[in-house]
Design a protein around this ligand. Structure first.
Ligand SMILES: [Zn+2]
Length: 88
Protein backbone atom coordinates (compact mmCIF):
# COMPACT_ATOMS: atom_id res chain seq x y z
CA UNK A 1 0.00 0.00 0.00
CA UNK A 2 1.85 3.13 -1.17
CA UNK A 3 0.64 6.65 -1.17
CA UNK A 4 -2.26 7.07 -3.54
CA UNK A 5 -1.36 8.75 -6.79
CA UNK A 6 -5.01 9.11 -7.72
CA UNK A 7 -5.86 12.61 -8.88
CA UNK A 8 -9.57 13.17 -9.19
CA UNK A 9 -10.70 14.78 -12.40
CA UNK A 10 -13.18 17.61 -12.04
CA UNK A 11 -15.78 18.40 -14.63
CA UNK A 12 -17.37 21.81 -15.14
CA UNK A 13 -21.14 21.64 -14.67
CA UNK A 14 -21.51 24.33 -17.34
CA UNK A 15 -19.42 23.29 -20.33
CA UNK A 16 -18.28 19.80 -19.32
CA UNK A 17 -14.56 20.67 -19.51
CA UNK A 18 -12.36 18.47 -17.37
CA UNK A 19 -9.45 19.67 -15.30
CA UNK A 20 -7.76 19.86 -11.93
CA UNK A 21 -9.33 21.57 -8.98
CA UNK A 22 -7.28 24.74 -9.49
CA UNK A 23 -9.11 25.31 -12.76
CA UNK A 24 -12.53 25.57 -11.19
CA UNK A 25 -14.63 27.22 -8.53
CA UNK A 26 -15.87 24.59 -6.14
CA UNK A 27 -19.36 24.56 -4.70
CA UNK A 28 -19.95 22.19 -1.79
CA UNK A 29 -23.00 21.24 0.22
CA UNK A 30 -22.12 19.74 3.58
CA UNK A 31 -24.16 17.19 5.46
CA UNK A 32 -26.10 19.94 7.26
CA UNK A 33 -27.24 21.32 3.92
CA UNK A 34 -25.03 24.43 4.12
CA UNK A 35 -23.58 25.51 0.81
CA UNK A 36 -20.07 26.90 0.44
CA UNK A 37 -18.90 28.62 -2.71
CA UNK A 38 -15.17 28.89 -3.33
CA UNK A 39 -14.41 28.17 0.34
CA UNK A 40 -10.80 28.71 1.36
CA UNK A 41 -10.76 25.53 3.39
CA UNK A 42 -11.70 21.97 2.54
CA UNK A 43 -15.41 21.32 3.05
CA UNK A 44 -16.59 17.74 2.99
CA UNK A 45 -19.80 16.97 1.23
CA UNK A 46 -21.38 16.85 -2.18
CA UNK A 47 -19.40 19.00 -4.57
CA UNK A 48 -19.74 20.63 -7.95
CA UNK A 49 -17.17 22.44 -10.06
CA UNK A 50 -17.51 25.25 -12.54
CA UNK A 51 -15.09 27.25 -14.70
CA UNK A 52 -14.36 30.84 -13.76
CA UNK A 53 -16.50 31.89 -16.67
CA UNK A 54 -19.87 33.61 -16.66
CA UNK A 55 -20.90 31.63 -19.73
CA UNK A 56 -20.57 28.39 -17.79
CA UNK A 57 -22.59 29.81 -14.90
CA UNK A 58 -25.34 30.84 -17.32
CA UNK A 59 -25.32 27.41 -18.96
CA UNK A 60 -25.44 25.58 -15.65
CA UNK A 61 -28.28 27.78 -14.46
CA UNK A 62 -30.30 27.27 -17.62
CA UNK A 63 -29.98 23.51 -17.33
CA UNK A 64 -30.44 23.37 -13.54
CA UNK A 65 -27.16 21.51 -13.24
CA UNK A 66 -26.39 22.77 -9.76
CA UNK A 67 -29.80 21.77 -8.41
CA UNK A 68 -29.32 18.29 -9.74
CA UNK A 69 -25.72 17.87 -8.71
CA UNK A 70 -26.15 19.22 -5.18
CA UNK A 71 -29.76 18.08 -4.76
CA UNK A 72 -31.01 21.57 -3.94
CA UNK A 73 -34.32 23.03 -5.01
CA UNK A 74 -33.24 26.66 -5.21
CA UNK A 75 -29.77 27.66 -6.35
CA UNK A 76 -30.43 31.29 -7.33
CA UNK A 77 -28.26 32.65 -4.50
CA UNK A 78 -25.41 30.35 -5.48
CA UNK A 79 -25.47 31.44 -9.12
CA UNK A 80 -25.53 35.05 -7.97
CA UNK A 81 -22.52 34.43 -5.76
CA UNK A 82 -20.67 32.71 -8.61
CA UNK A 83 -21.31 35.69 -10.86
CA UNK A 84 -20.02 38.00 -8.13
CA UNK A 85 -16.84 35.94 -7.78
CA UNK A 86 -16.23 35.83 -11.51
CA UNK A 87 -17.20 39.43 -12.17
CA UNK A 88 -17.04 40.58 -15.76
ZN1 LIG B 1 -17.00 25.43 -17.99
Amino acid sequence: MGESKFLPVRTCIGCGKKGGKADFIKIVKNKNGEVFVNADKEIFGRGAYICRDGKCVAKAEKKNRLSRTLKLSDCADIYQKLNEIIGD
